[in-house]
Design a protein around this ligand. Structure first.
Ligand code: AP5
Ligand code: MG
Ligand code: ZN
Length: 216
């Protein structure tokens, strides 16, 4: 299965990508996560991307296209992949099509997770993750079973993303509308677009995604 997850910041792309990854055993590829890892390792690419990310602006196309090109060439993408946060501009979508054409790969679906802005702010401002394994949590909607202890690795240190503040989220939403929205009709015309109401619980949204993908 070759999938793209589209949706505003905080819509639940990363959360649903993880669930699909567990159900189908295909890698979830988040350009945001790869850029944050690059920054943590102090690479030139990470340092270049930092100012854009901290301001809630898109990182230049050539950087993220390079990331995806390298990542899709890896062995674990042979049987499928889930793209989370890429493409985010029409140009990225067109280049991805060329890349996949050259490999003889067809996309199976582009899932747009729809969530209104009021809900998005609450989701993003309550988000945090485990420092050791990266597992995502939420103050209200996705608490660890034991307070302060990661369900997955037992870690007790957590972090919040630098770009998860009100001003930056507002910029990210503006950029989503201006630059990423045009990819929606692009995929609709290709007959690939599937829209999912992302306002229910994580499990409810996941059930809808599964039924679109014919998993259950
Ligand atoms: P990226 O990391 O992709 O951020 P984003 O698009 O802003 O999306 P988020 O990761 O914030 O949200 P999400 O949809 O994954 O939500 P999540 O599942 O975590 O990109 C960051 C930056 O990198 C960009 O701003 C840009 O600078 C750069 N970048 C990345 N890709 C790029 C590209 N292709 N081109 C250019 N620049 C690029 O959920 C959010 C919270 O809500 C969590 O706490 C979760 O627990 C909770 N939650 C999820 N679903 C539900 C639910 N159904 N009910 C209740 N709570 C829920
Ligand atoms: Mg994410
Ligand atoms: Zn952990």
């Amino acid at each position: 299965m070759k999938l793209i997850l589209l949706g505003a910041p905080g819509a639940g792309k990363g959360t649903q990508a993880e669930v699909i990854c567990k159900h189908l055993g295909i890698p979830a590829i988040s350009t945001g996560n790869i850029l944050r890892e690059a920054l943590k390792s102090g690479t030139e690419m990470g340092l270049k991307a930092k100012a854009f990310m901290d301001a809630g602006q898109l990182v230049p196309d050539e950087i993220v296209i390079g990331i995806i090109k390298d990542r899709l060439a890896e062995e674990d993408c042979k049987n499928g992949f889930i793209l989370d946060g890429f493409p985010r501009t029409l140009h990225q979508a067109e280049v991805l099509d060329e890349m996949l054409d050259r490999k003889g790969i067809n996309l199976d679906a582009v899932i747009e997770i729809q969530v209104p802005d009021e809900i998005i702010m609450e989701r993003i401002l309550g988000r945090y993750a485990c420092m050791k394994c990266g597992q995502g949590y939420h103050d209200k909607f996705q608490k660890p079973k034991v307070y302060g202890v990661c369900d997955v690795c037992g870690g007790t240190d957590f972090f919040r993303r630098v770009d998860d503040n009100k001003t930056t989220v507002q910029n990210r939403l503006v950029n989503y509308r201006a630059l990423t929205y045009p990819t929606i009709p692009y995929y609709e015309k290709k007959g690939l677009l599937r829209c999912v109401d992302g306002t229910g619980t994580i499990e409810a949204v996941s059930n809808k995604v599964d039924s679109i993908l014919g998993i259950k």
